[in-house]
Design a protein around this ligand. Structure first.
Ligand code: ATP
Ligand code: MEV
Ligand code: MG
Length: 353
């Protein structure tokens, strides 16, 4: 899935404008207003990813409030706050127009907040003095390891404004692409030896990642031993899954066997997520429906509604896929098919549309 962001300096305007195309919303501040409010924070400091302090957050939220975001779309406020923090920290107080378009549903467990923060960080770093002028004239920029690391760190700072206490897994996947094994902040890029196709079912049940993650922490405080056993089991499943994915499958038979292992691991993982308290009646409906077709599913993202993943084995017939999709859609859910492991952050100069 793609997340596009265009940033360009505005010459005849002294405003900072953020256009959220898919939401049909735009926010705009005179740059003087932002300067007056945030210049005490210093900056720009593009090469030093910095957390937004509580005091800075207050100033940023005051700027967001001035935009009178409609009540029904108030959840966008955290994304706008992340934008202001990343923009002023990386580029300072230059006027510009930043345009966001996205194919990702918001707040559905597909990491839209991280994709947003990675796109902001990539575009803003690309506009900063951090990338030299020569490189800016060549279309697609090959983003090196150290630049990726920097933009991932900035994106993580943005995620903190949206999530509270993110682990960093979502921004890391958005930055580096492919598949990532992520354990206590340590990341290992995984080379998959098998094509993986998933059916994504969006239950369209809204939920809030920050609240769900806080709920898991509270349950852990109430039942530390039991929850630690659950986390250990999740860890073992993750390790096993990484091994299965990386082991070569020389023929269809071994590919089938690997897919069966993945299905079992997904089923076990879903059980543990339910144990953590992040499943939901709508998710259970998807599980029951896909199980009728002998397909394994698990929730994704923070759960509580949002999206469910169902493994589509290589040899599964198109007829079965059509049937399961139409049954899920008749429940009011939305389905789409995705290949696993896309590209990470990419930057292109000179494009606009
Ligand atoms: N295209 C977008 N335009 C504006 N804001 C966005 C966009 N995509 C994401 N956001 C911001 O991210 C928030 C959603 O983040 P949240 O972490 O709750 O869900 P998610 O990232 O989609 O799911 P998960 O974290 O479970 O994978 C939105 O409320 C908004 O603030
Ligand atoms: C639920 C979570 O694991 C991912 C949200 O997509 C939260 C996090 O890791 O920060
Ligand atoms: Mg998120």
């Amino acid at each position: 899935m793609n997340f596009h962001l265009f940033a360009y300096p505005t010459e005849n305007d002294d405003r900072l404008t953020l256009q959220l195309k898919d939401m049909a919303l735009a926010f705009s501040w005179p740059i003087g207003r932002i300067k007056e409010s945030l210049s005490s924070l210093g900056g720009p400091f593009p090469s030093t990813p910095t957390s937004c302090s509580t005091a800075s957050m207050k100033l940023i939220l005051a700027l967001v409030e001035e935009q009178n975001i409609p009540e029904a779309k108030i959840s966008l406020a955290s994304g706008v706050a992340a934008f202001l923090w990343l923009y002023t920290s990386i580029l300072g107080f230059k006027p510009a127009t930043v345009v966001v378009t996205s194919e990702l549903p918001l707040g559905s467990g597909l990491g839209s907040s991280a994709a947003l923060c990675v796109a902001f960080s990539a575009a803003l770093l690309a506009c900063s003095d951090f990338v030299n002028v020569d490189m800016k004239q060549q279309g697609w920029l090959i983003v090196g390891e150290s630049e990726l690391e920097l933009l991932n760190k900035w994106a993580f700072e943005g995620e903190k404004l949206i999530h509270g206490k993110p682990s960093g897994i979502d921004n890391t996947v958005s930055t580096y692409g492919n598949m990532i094994k992520f354990r206590s902040g340590n990341l290992t890029c995984i080379k998959s030896s098998m094509p993986l196709k998933m059916l994504i079912t969006n239950t369209k049940v809204g939920r809030n990642t920050k609240a769900l993650v806080a709920g898991v922490s509270e349950r852990t405080l109430r039942h530390p031993d039991a929850m630690n056993s659950v986390f250990n089991a999740v860890d073992s499943i993750g390790k096993e899954l990484a091994n299965v994915i990386q082991t070569p499958a020389p023929d269809d038979l071994s590919l089938n066997a690997k897919e069966e292992k993945l299905e079992e691991l997904m089923e076990m993982n879903q059980g543990l997520l339910q144990c953590m308290g992040v499943s939901h009646a709508s998710i259970e409906t998807v599980l029951r429906t896909t199980l009728k077709y002998k397909l394994a599913s698990k929730l994704t993202g923070a759960g509580g509604g949002g999206c469910v993943l169902t493994l589509l084995p290589t040899l599964l017939s198109g007829t079965i896929v059509d049937k399961v999709i139409s049954e899920l859609e008749s429940c009011g859910f939305q389905c789409l098919i995705a290949g696993i492991g896309g590209n990470g952050a990419e930057i292109c100069f000179g494009a606009s549309s």
